[in-house]
Design a binder for this molecule. Structure first.
Ligand SMILES: NC(=O)c1ccc[n+]([C@@H]2O[C@H](COP(=O)([O-])OP(=O)(O)OC[C@H]3O[C@@H](n4cnc5c(N)ncnc54)[C@H](O)[C@@H]3O)[C@@H](O)[C@H]2O)c1
Length: 263
């Protein structure tokens, strides 16, 4: 028993993204056979993903996508899947009183509905075949925190956590598990750029993260590795929160001044 995922066949949606490709590299380095779904063209994915990674392009939010996606992933992985990671996600930022409703719908469709369709199809397949599969959902520390201007995103991640627990509860009798990884503020893309170039953002983010540093994508990948390994075999219905303590603070931590002050 250990952090051993050798031989596991894993599908991850959104696996060509900033966090996803580090998850893919980590799992592949530890011997898993990984298949990625993402919306980017095949050639671009080949450049981003480690050699040997299967790639099946397509919009996982399409109603008809889930079954075809599982078929393609099984063909590329050379057999039935052991784990399906519903990781694709999008975000947008507007005040709660003026959030565009088409953006709200896109966020819910990708972050909740697409994940549900994929997990539902995988769960059904495992249940019918008697296979003990594992669903892993990517939520976020903001599933519990009303960080300003991302209300639909926070709501989508809270919904995803709830769906995860329903999958865990209903499929446990078949030996099928469901868990979630909840990252904090990961230092990739825009967050990294702002951290490096905007002192105001950096000061605010430092207040928001008790450990004081942006999260690395490697720390998220390590959480996936642990959850997919035999060390987590008795875990189901759990959120593995890996956020540097961000969710301990209300919003950006401005209210937490003196740790010795009376509550
Ligand atoms: N970056 C963070 O700080 C952070 C924190 C907590 C949670 N997360 C979550 O981690 C996941 C990855 O985030 P990221 O920061 O790597 O973002 P990212 O934009 O780099 O990656 C997301 C990937 O999903 C793909 N995608 C989007 N819609 C899709 C669809 N309909 N079908 C298939 N693929 C689709 C995108 O092409 C992209 O490659 C998301 O679920 C996000 O909500 C991110």
């Amino acid at each position: 028993m250990g952090l051993d995922v050798a031989g596991l066949r894993v599908l991850i949606s959104g696996g060509a993204g900033a966090i996803g490709r580090v998850v893919v590299s980590t799992l592949a380095r530890h011997g898993a056979t990984v298949v990625v779904n993402d919306v980017i063209p095949d050639a671009a994915a080949r450049e981003l993903l480690p050699e040997g990674t299967g790639y099946t392009p397509g919009d996982c939010a399409d109603d008809a996508a889930a079954e075809a996606l599982l078929d393609a992933a099984e063909a590329l992985a050379g057999g039935p899947l052991d784990a399906v990671c519903c990781h694709a996600g999008i975000a947008d930022s507007h005040p709660v009183t003026s959030f565009p409703i088409d953006s709200y719908d896109r966020i819910m469709s990708t972050n909740v509905r697409a994940a549900y369709l994929l997990a539902r199809a995988a769960g059904r397949r495992w249940r019918e075949s008697g296979r003990r599969g594992h669903l892993v959902f990517t939520t976020s520390w903001v599933q519990d925190v009303p960080w300003p201007e991302i209300a639909p995103y926070s709501a989508s991640k809270a919904a995803l956590r709830s769906l995860m627990r329903s999958f865990a509860r209903e499929l446990a009798p078949y030996g099928i598990r469901a868990n979630a990884v909840a990252p904090g503020i990961v230092g990739v893309g825009m967050a990294r750029h702002q951290w490096d170039t905007d002192p105001g953002y950096r000061a605010r983010a430092e207040r928001a993260i008790p450990l004081g540093e942006l999260q690395t994508p490697e720390s998220v990948a390590d959480a996936f590795l642990f959850l997919l390994s035999p060390m987590a075999a008795y875990m189901t219905g759990t959120v593995l929160l890996v956020d540097g303590g961000a969710s301990l603070y209300p919003m950006d931590g401005g209210a937490v001044a003196d740790p010795d002050a009376a509550p």
